[in-house]
Design a binder for this molecule. Sequence first.
Ligand code: ATP
Length: 618
Amino acid sequence: MEMKGGGSGRGARGFLTEEEKANRPKVTLELLRRIGGYLLPYWKQMLLVLAAIGFSAVLNLLPFILTGRIIDEGLIGRDLKALISLIGLSLAVMLGGNLIGVLESYLNSWIAQHITFDMRNSMFQHLQAMSHRFFTTNKQGDIITRMTSDIAGVQQVITGTLASILTNSITLVVALLAMYRKSWILATVGLIVVPLFVLPTKKVGKTRWTLTRESQALNDDINGILNETLSVSGQMLVKLFTKEDYEYRRYEKANRSMIDLNIRESMAGRWFRVAISTFASIGPMLIYLLGGVLIMRYDSSLTVGDITVLVALLGKMYFPINSLLNIQVDWIRSMALFTRIFEYFDLPVEIRNAPDAITPQRTDGGITLDNVSFAYDPEQPILKNVSFTLAAGKSIAIVGPSGAGKSTIINLIPRLYDVTGGRVLFDGIDVRSLDTTYLRSNVGVVTQDAYLFNSTIRDNLLYAKPDATEAELIEACQKAHIHDFISRQPDGYDAMVGNRGLKLSGGEKQRLSIARVLLKDPAVLIFDEATSSLDSISENLIQEAITPLIASRTSIIIAHRLSTVLAADEILVLANGEIVERGVHSQLVGAGGLYTELYETQFRRALTEAERAQPASL
Ligand code: ATP
């Protein structure tokens, strides 16, 4: 699956980046129909906006047209009554136009907000249904960009692009009609200079755009430095390698380049702007000149007021013309935006509940893997013909070298992935036929790197069982051997765990996640023992927590320590995705196979102090 570039790094208004040109979206009827599908529920409000835009465009131009009559009838005609009433009318029209403008903005943002609200909700729901594979494959940043910037972009399309196309077109048509009604000759002359004004604007835009892109690239660099050095782990690395000065110099250098670039950017096109404003004043001059000649020499019906109106209307036309000439870019960007969003909506839901999913009445928690094979990537088989049966109440320890596929096996049980061959059975039923909510609520997993939300210990525990009583919390924490630690905290169960639980040690985090899974009270417990070295006290506490659990419920443990292996009813030795040995410790340890090797190299060396003190238990 390939995702088109994210929402960042947009070029300046008026130009498409190379990337945007390359990824120019295909505007199909289907795409337009889909966009229409989001707008359709709000068609009544949209009609109202259209009417409001039309009204306010006309009302905003009317005072300019009235200016002609103010001059001709009021000033030149010396009619005070007419002057006052025309001025009053102008003011009223202007006020009316502005009031309608307010209504228009309100309706516009109301519609945009409602459409993006619908879109965000359905996108979030869709993403929640995405498989584990989706989250391991895609960059987190991309996913978040789609949820935030891209959908915010839709809002911009509705309140900005769509509204500006409508407002500008209507303003232009009304202004043109009014000008041609006054004098077709003068209107045409005035319009001749429009290209003189528009073309240089495009050129300046291009220069500014190049600078903007440079400054965006530099900004990305600066953000990169900040992200790397001011993150928890990055800052730790900086401190431990005493790189503070080095990092400061790196930052200062990038920061300094930013100054130059920003100044150049703000000055870009200053001269051009001078030229443009000169061009812009040529049109009115031409109208004055030609209008004057017409009035003086040809006794035309043209009045001074008409000329003033024509000049004013011409001035009002530059902006809409310029905007409409550039609208193609906005249009392409908008379509690209919708295409990107729809791409996400179209991602298939890989793991979904079967239409006739089963929710068994009785749960024992027996697990069978029947000739299971699995590959993350079709070319690279990870598990090959793995079969084992774990009877309810029993426990299995999986051991094997790193990368053998141990974690992969446990991912298949709660259906984080589906097998590519064979079957995984839960109480004799294929997990693909079971209701996923039922399955997952009966399988508790404690991973090596337990994820904790940045909140209190209590909130993290309640995530598993929102209605748990205080006594239940304490009981679970006592079983997980973490209650004493929590009680020693000044805030007890209300202590904050920090970002991703970083205020806790690895062992504390794992014990807390054991307590969390105990609150969920699943029929099957899967435990991925931490490979990272914990201190022996922490390790013993985890051991003391986990050993009775293994004995009391169906469990699968990816084991790295001898005591865990010994506590299990059966040991599976996995290598290269295959079970190469199985049995109990006493059978395997002397067999001279991979287990013997693992025992010699890994388990024996990793014996905890407690185990060393009691060698007899081996
Ligand atoms: P360890 O003890 O180091 O955790 P493991 O036995 O649990 O190792 P797995 O995590 O199951 O091994 O990985 C088995 C193989 O699958 C490895 O070669 C790994 O690179 C690959 N792998 C793991 N997760 C993914 C993934 N999400 N996408 C693609 N390949 C993966």
